[in-house]
Design a protein around this ligand. Structure first.
Ligand code: HEC
Ligand code: HEC
Length: 323
């Protein structure tokens, strides 16, 4: 084999190598990364509506549903289903779907840099409760062409639970919509009040005399207080302040907690009476409060909760003198 042949052989190998490298580089540059149009995970939630009606019935108003929403149930549902594609913590990364911290009241397609569908990007304005209600009922109907391949939550209360949870994911949760005409507490059976007569409600002092702190503790779970508050001594600040020893203390008493001016300006003590008013309707007691909670409408339940709060102290405040 003369040296010419050897040179040719080496050249052939070099050319092959260079071609391979160049082709690879060009190829890599030509094929830009794209998100798959269809998401890999496709969760099927059984559709409870048996057969599709010709004209879809309008969804029930979200306000009253949110008023009796179960925050914990909403959180559980989200952890079970939505976390397959979404993160919910502040500053969390995108998954198949965008991070959802602070979504209530934020504009549609709120996450910078996330590759949204045109369907969602073309929606204007902030995510209202009504829009989230429609979206989560059936994403593909609200935004035809959306990339969120999720059939929707057909159960109205479950959907409200989830939206209620979403609305807590904020430093400054959006106020809940009005719970149109809450049912008035029914008068005791047999005692039909004379028309026009002021209905005599038992006072908090009377109710506390027969209150059950164990039931009150259970109520703080059922009503979702525990989503925003801890109750143990030295417990963490969540969305709301720690509530150990709150009875008898100054209003807005946890130092370092960022209270609303509405509550800070109250300046009094948390007496039984004040707590009763506050827990009946926080927004009416301190307009502008950051506690986005509709209130406990049942007086007995309220008294149970207040009695439970009372027990959270080394030296619980005495109960009011029997009236
Ligand atoms: C299979 C993956 C997947 C599941 C499961 C899923 N999502 Fe999504 N979600 C997405 C994708 C992808 C988008 C972006 C949609 C688009 O661009 O059209 C999105 C968008 C959203 C948006 C709008 C965000 C914005 O910035 O406007 C909300 C709100 C939302 N999802 C809530 C939920 C909730 C609540 C659940 C659970 C009940 C859920 N998603 C379940 C993939 C998913
Ligand atoms: C969505 C979150 C949330 C829920 C649910 C919630 N709270 Fe609050 N709570 C707050 C916030 C936020 C504040 C501070 C309010 C302010 O600064 O206006 C607060 C304040 C309070 C205070 C006054 C504390 C102080 O230091 O003055 C009491 C008492 C209280 N909550 C009790 C309850 C009880 C009892 C429940 C359940 C029946 C409940 N909260 C449900 C968020 C919540």
């Amino acid at each position: 084999m003369d040296s010419m042949e050897v040179n040719k052989a080496i050249a052939a190998v070099l050319v092959a190598g260079i071609t391979f490298f160049v082709a690879g580089t060009i190829g890599a540059n030509l094929v830009t990364e794209t998100r798959p149009a269809k998401t890999a995970i496709d969760i099927q939630v059984p559709d409870t509506s048996s057969s599709k009606p010709a004209a879809p019935a309008p969804l029930p108003a979200i306000g009253p549903l949110l008023a009796k929403a179960d925050l914990k149930a909403g959180e559980d549902y989200v952890k079970k289903v939505c976390t397959a594609c979404h993160t919910f913590d502040e500053g969390g990364k995108a998954g198949v779907g965008p991070n959802l911290y602070g979504i209530v009241g934020d504009p549609h397609a709120h996450m910078q840099g996330f590759s949204y569908s045109d369907a969602l990007k073309s929606k204007k304005g902030p995510w209202t409760y009504d829009e989230l209600n429609e979206w989560l009922h059936q994403p593909s109907a609200y935004a035809p062409g959306t990339r969120m391949s999720f059939p929707g939550i057909k159960n109205d209360q479950q959907r409200a639970d989830v939206i209620d949870y979403l609305h807590t994911l904020s430093h400054n949760p959006e106020p809940l919509p009005p719970a149109t005409a809450p049912a008035p507490t029914p008068p005791p059976a047999g005692a039909a009040p004379a028309p026009g007569a002021a209905q005599a409600q038992p006072t908090i002092d009377t109710l506390l005399a027969s209150a059950d702190p164990k039931a009150g503790e259970a109520d703080t779970k059922k009503l979702g207080c525990i989503a925003c508050h801890t109750f143990n001594q030295g417990g963490n600040v969540l969305i709301g302040p720690n509530l150990y020893g709150v009875v008898g203390r100054d209003q807005a008493h946890v130092s370092g907690f960022d209270y609303s001016p509405a509550l800070k300006s109250k300046g009094g003590k948390w007496t039984y009476d004040q707590l009763d008013k506050w827990l009946t309707n926080p927004a009416a007691y301190a307009p502008g409060t950051r506690m986005t909670f509709v209130g406990i409408k049942n007086p007995k339940e309220r008294a149970d909760v207040i009695d439970y709060l009372r027990t959270l102290a080394a030296n619980p405040e005495p109960l009011p003198a029997k009236p």
